[in-house]
Each structure stands twice: as structure tokens, then as C-alpha cells.
Design a protein around this ligand. Sequence first.
Ligand code: NAG
Ligand code: NAG
Ligand code: NAG
Ligand code: NAG
Ligand code: NAG
Ligand code: NAG
Ligand code: NAG
Ligand code: NAG
Length: 346
Amino acid sequence: MSFLLRSICFLFFVLNSLNTFASPTRHLCRPDQRDALLEFESEFEIRNLDTDAFFSFSYPKTKSWADKNDCCSWDGVTCDSESGQVVELDLSCSCFHGKLNPNSSLFKLQKLRVLNLANNDFESSTIPTQFNKLMELTRLNLSVSLLSGPIPTELLHLTKLVSLDLDSNSLSAEKSFLSKLSQNLTNLEELYLGLVDISSEIPQNISNLSSLKSLSLDDCNLFGKFPSSLLLIPTLQSINLNGNQDMEGSLPEFNGNNSLVFLDLSWTHLSGNIPDAINNLKHLHTLKLESCKFYGRIPSSLGNLTNLSILDLSDNSISGPIPISLGNLFHLTYLDLSFNRFDGQS
Ligand SMILES: *[C@@H]1O[C@H](CO)[C@@H](O)[C@H](O)[C@H]1NC(C)=O
Ligand SMILES: *[C@@H]1O[C@H](CO)[C@@H](O)[C@H](O)[C@H]1NC(C)=O
Ligand SMILES: *[C@@H]1O[C@H](CO)[C@@H](O)[C@H](O)[C@H]1NC(C)=O
Ligand SMILES: *[C@@H]1O[C@H](CO)[C@@H](O)[C@H](O)[C@H]1NC(C)=O
Ligand SMILES: *[C@@H]1O[C@H](CO)[C@@H](O)[C@H](O)[C@H]1NC(C)=O
Ligand SMILES: *[C@@H]1O[C@H](CO)[C@@H](O)[C@H](O)[C@H]1NC(C)=O
Ligand SMILES: *[C@@H]1O[C@H](CO)[C@@H](O)[C@H](O)[C@H]1NC(C)=O
Ligand SMILES: *[C@@H]1O[C@H](CO)[C@@H](O)[C@H](O)[C@H]1NC(C)=O
């Protein structure tokens, strides 16, 4: 080996060693972050798995925290490798039992980008307005966690949110919530508000959420005219409006520029024809229009949606023959056309 090469190798060795000595301290969690985590955990009772059916899929992640010094290696905790700040906290299904209080130490973790507290029992707490201190949040998941009361509009200050999941709690929202949300949370790709009592129309300008991929507003007591342009957002892959029985409207003229895979408008008051242009939904896997007010014929173009796997048009007023083209739907695993007004030969 030449002298030059040896020198280079030596240099690498030195650099590497420095790195090895430096990294443990660099990655160790900061005392303030560690204290905040421990305080947060101590605000809750950790319920035993066996005694509570609600937690049957859960395991207490925080039980193992005491075993390790470096809070950045704790179960559910992710730190920024430079600053040592906690940036992700996933304590979903962690058997937490107790109130989520406004003075919670959670709100000291102000660099959090991802927070998942889903599937815990927050004993009908309201969502603290202090969530607006977590301005870096891109993903917030508080689904199925026994929260109640109004959703604080302070959540709409979190303009970096890409994903918001408040599904399946006992929450309500003020009437202008969706409109304000459409104005402020313009980066949203996922919005899950199933079972939130919104009791308003879907505002026209929800279509301003131009990055939306998934939208669940099932059983939200939505009423009035459904803005069908919502279904034309090119990025939208999944939409669930099931169970909003007083919501009226019809399907739009679909164009080739869409990504819909899952479309569930069941148990709404939507009506009119199923348009011929439905065959533009070329990625569609699930189409559920059960118990609506659709009439007219099934367009034979539906037979062109060869990826369709679930088709439920039951309990409408659809008439005419069942088109023979449906025989092309080779991937169909579920078909329900019952309770309609079909007649004639196909
Ligand atoms: C936080 O608030 C709760 C409920 O109001 C109270 O019981 C608790 O003592 C407070 N904790 C601290 C550290 O102030
Ligand atoms: C929220 O967390 C629950 C439990 O981990 C999970 O099932 C759900 O898919 C999450 N929601 C989102 C939008 O990721
Ligand atoms: C939108 O976000 C900004 C910045 O966080 C905030 O000042 C404003 O009040 C929010 N608007 C609404 C309607 O919540
Ligand atoms: C959305 O509509 C509401 C009322 O219809 C309006 O106040 C608001 O400014 C609109 N927002 C956007 C982003 O267009
Ligand atoms: C919302 O969408 C409407 C109609 O597409 C558009 O005129 C308006 O400028 C948009 N508003 C924002 C804030 O993007
Ligand atoms: C589909 O919509 C996107 C965004 O509006 C646009 O950039 C793109 O050109 C459209 N593609 C077609 C084929 O119309
Ligand atoms: C149909 O489904 C297959 C398998 O899931 C997928 O690879 C393909 O891209 C889908 N086709 C369309 C047009 O979405
Ligand atoms: C299916 O699509 C092809 C080509 O896009 C078209 O020629 C045909 O008429 C369509 N079939 C039906 C039943 O609409």
C-alpha cells in the first residue's frame, strides 16, 4: 500500500472513531424531553390487558420505558438525530386510562411531527385547545379514544397537518368547521371524521383541499346539497359519506382524471342516474350506493370497470335490464342488486 493510501485509510479510521465516540452523547435524549414523557405517562393509569375488553388489542408500550436510560430508544418514541427532540410519539393502543388535561406535559413536546394516541381511554375528555402548541404536527391521530365534546377550532391552526384522524369518538364540530378547515388545512391528504356530529352542509370549497387522498365523513349528520365536484378531485382515492341520510345531490360527470378506488355513498339521499361516464373510474375497486334514491338504468359502461370487486346498488329505484356487460367483472367478489325495479331481458 502506498503511503498516500495508508494515510487516507488512517484518516478514515480517525474520523470513524471520532464519530463512534461522539454519537452516543449526540443521540441521547434531552432531560427536558425525557421528563415531559415521564410526566405525560404518569398522568394516566395503565390498565391491565385482561380486565378490560376495550383494550384487548393493546399492550402497554410505556411499561418498558423504565428499563432504558435513553428515552430516544423507548418504545413508541422517535427523536430527531441532530437535536434529540422527540419528533414522533406513537402511544396508540397503550392502555392509557384517564383524562387528557389542558395542563398535560404532552404539550411540552413542541417539536412533535407525528402523534398517535388512538385506541386509548381518555374518559370522555374534551380535546384540549393546547394542541395548537404543537405547530410542527403533520400527522395527528386521536381516533377511537373516548374523546367527547366540541372539536376546538385551535386544531385548525396546525397548518402543516397532512393527516388528521378523529374518527369514532363522541365529538361535535361547529357548523363552519369544514369550511374553515378547507381554508386552513390545505396540505391535508387524509381526513377521518367519521361519527363527528357536524350537522351542516359540506361546503363547496372543500374541493380546495387539492391534495386530498382519503376522506371519511360517515355518519356526520351532514345535510343539504352534496358538492359533487368533491368527487372530481384528481388525487382522491377513497371517500366514505355513508349514513348521512339527509344529504342530497347526484353523481357528477366523471372525467378520466381521477384516482378513485373506494366510493361509498350508501344510506344518503343521493339520487339521479348513474352516469355513463362511471367507466372513467378505472381504478375503482369498491362501489357502494346501497339505500339511496338512484333511478334509471345501470349503464352498460359499468362493465368496463374490470377491477371492480365490490358492487352494492341494493335498495334504490333502478330499473330496466341488468346489462350483460356486468359479466365482464371478473374480479367481483360481492354483488348486491336486490330491492330495485329491474325488468326485461338483459
Ligand atoms: C392539571 O389539571 C388537573 C385537572 O384540572 C389537576 O387535577 C392537576 O392537578 C393539574 N396538574 C398540574 C401539574 O398542575
Ligand atoms: C390511527 O391509529 C390507529 C391505531 O393505530 C390506526 O388503526 C389508524 O389507521 C390510524 N389512522 C391513520 C389515518 O393512520
Ligand atoms: C388558520 O391558521 C392560522 C395560523 O395558524 C391561524 O392564525 C388562524 O386563526 C387559522 N384560521 C382558522 C379559521 O382557524
Ligand atoms: C369557503 O366558503 C366560505 C363560505 O361559503 C367562505 O367564507 C370561505 O372564505 C371560503 N374559503 C375558501 C378557501 O374559498
Ligand atoms: C378555492 O377554490 C375556488 C374554486 O376552485 C377558487 O376560486 C379559490 O381561489 C380557492 N381558494 C383558495 C384559498 O385556494
Ligand atoms: C389532471 O389534473 C391535474 C391537476 O389538476 C392536472 O395537472 C393534469 O394535467 C390533469 N390531467 C389530465 C389528463 O387532464
Ligand atoms: C387493478 O388492480 C390491480 C391489482 O390490484 C392493479 O395492479 C392495477 O393497477 C389495477 N388497475 C387499475 C386501472 O387501477
Ligand atoms: C368499454 O370501453 C371501450 C373502450 O374504451 C369502449 O369501446 C366500449 O364501448 C366500452 N364498453 C362499454 C360496455 O361501455
